[in-house]
Design a protein around this ligand. Structure first.
Ligand code: BTN
Length: 326
C-alpha cells in the first residue's frame, strides 16, 4: 500500500482500537524522532482528527473527520490489488480524467483515484455528474485484466453486482436494484452511476477505468432541483449518516472477488448474480437507442451482457446501449 508516513501513523492509531500509543513507541516503529511523529499528528489534527492524551501512556484517536482518507479505507480492505495504491484529492475535475493520465503512465492494476468533490464529474453519454463535496463516493478504479476489447462492457455489469452486494452487506434497510446496464436504483430512484471507459489496442485491453459515483450522505435538499424527483442517497434510504470509507473498502473487496471470478470462469457466474440483483428483467420497459425506441418485456441478458427485449409481436430485439425507462 502506497501510504504516506502520516497515513501510516493514522492507520496505526485506527488499528490500535482505543489503546494508547506513545510518541516513543511510534518513533521506534517508524524509525523517526518523537518530534517528527508529533508533527504528523499535528497535521492530522489540522485535518480534523482528535487525539486524547492519556498520562504516561500516550495518545488515543477519539474522533475522525468525515473524509475518505486512504488510511481509513485501507483499514477495511481485504484485497491483494484493488486499493493498494490510492490517490486522494480534496477537489478535482474528474477522477476519470486523472485515471486516464495515470493509466497511460503505468499506474498499477487496482489503482484507485478518489475525490471529495469533482468540478467536471462525467456521466454516461457525456452528461454532467453532480458530485457534491464530502457527500458521495466519487472514484475511479484502474484495472488491467487480460481481456479483449469486446469484453469491456461486461465489466460494467461486474461492477454493478459488486456495488449492489456491498450495499446489501452493510445496510439492512436498503434494497438496491440494477437498472440495465449499470444504474443502481432504490425505490425507483437513482443512487449510483457507473461509467466504464477503456484504453486498448485492437486486440488487447490496456486498462479499464471504472468510474463509480454513489450518492451517500446527501439529503434531498442537497440535490439540484432537476434531480430531486429522480435521485436518492443511501443515507436518505437508511435514515442515518453513513461511513463512506467503509463502503469504499467493501466495494473494492467485492470488486476484486468478482473480477477474479470473471477472469477465471467467464461471464456465466456474473450473469447469475446480475440477474438476481436486476430490477429490469421481467418488466415492461422502453429502451431509447441512438436509432430507435423499443417497447416490450425485458426477458434477460445474453452471455455477453446484452439486453433482450421481447416485442408484443413476439420478436426478440437485442439492445447494446440505451436509456431505459421502466
Ligand atoms: C452515469 O451516467 O450514470 C455514470 C456516472 C459516473 C460518475 C462517476 S463519479 C466518479 C467518476 N468520475 C467521473 O467523472 N465520473 C465517474
Amino acid at each position: 500500500m502506497n501510504l504516506t508516513l502520516k497515513d501510516e501513523i493514522l492507520k496505526r492509531f485506527l488499528s490500535a482500537n482505543g489503546e494508547p500509543l506513545s510518541g516513543q513507541q511510534l518513533g521506534e516503529e517508524f524509525g523517526i524522532s518523537r518530534t517528527a511523529i508529533w508533527k504528523h499528528m499535528q497535521t492530522l489534527q489540522d485535518e480534523g482528527y482528535t487525539f486524547d492524551t492519556i498520562k504516561k501512556k500516550g495518545y488515543v484517536l477519539v474522533a475522525t473527520p468525515d473524509r475518505v482518507d486512504p488510511a481509513r479505507i485501507s483499514n477495511y480492505l481485504a484485497t491483494n490489488r484493488l486499493g493498494q495504491s490510492i490517490h486522494y484529492f480534496e477537489d478535482c475535475t474528474s477522477t476519470q480524467t486523472i485515471g486516464h493520465e495515470l493509466a497511460r503512465n503505468e499506474a498499477v492494476d487496482g489503482t484507485v483515484i478518489i475525490a471529495e468533490s469533482q468540478s467536471k464529474g462525467k456521466g454516461r453519454m457525456a452528461r454532467h455528474w453532480e458530485s457534491t463535496k464530502g457527500k458521495g463516493i466519487w472514484m475511479t478504479v484502474i484495472i488491467r485484466p487480460n481481456v479483449l476489447p469486446h469484453q469491456a462492457p461486461q465489466f460494467t455489469l461486474v461492477v454493478a453486482v459488486a456495488v449492489v452486494n456491498a450495499i446489501k452487506s452493510l445496510y439492512k434497510h436498503i434494497h438496491p436494484e440494477i437498472k440495465w446496464p449499470n444504474d443502481i436504483l432504490i425505490n425507483g430512484k437513482k443512487c449510483t452511476g457507473i461509467l466504464t471507459e477503456m484504453i486498448a489496442e485492437i486486440d488487447q485491453v490496456q486498462a479499464l477505468l471504472i468510474g463509480i459515483g454513489i450518492n451517500v450522505n446527501q439529503q434531498s435538499s442537497d440535490f439540484p432541483e432537476e434531480l430531486q424527483n429522480t435521485a436518492t442517497s443511501l443515507s436518505i434510504e437508511e435514515n442515518e449518516s453513513l461511513d463512506r470509507a467503509i463502503l469504499i473498502a467493501t466495494i473494492l473487496n467485492y470488486l476484486e472477488k468478482y473480477t477474479d471470478l470473471y477472469v477465471q470462469h467467464g461471464f456465466s457466474p456474473i450473469k447469475i448474480l446480475w440477474e438476481e440483483a436486476s430490477g429490469t428483467i421481467g418488466k415492461r420497459i422502453r429502451a431509447t437507442t441512438l436509432r430507435e425506441v423499443i417497447e416490450g418485456l425485458a426477458i434477460g441478458i445474453t452471455e455477453d451482457g446484452i439486453l433482450e427485449i421481447q416485442l408484443d409481436n413476439g420478436e426478440i430485439k437485442r439492445v447494446y446501449s440505451a436509456d431505459i425507462e421502466l
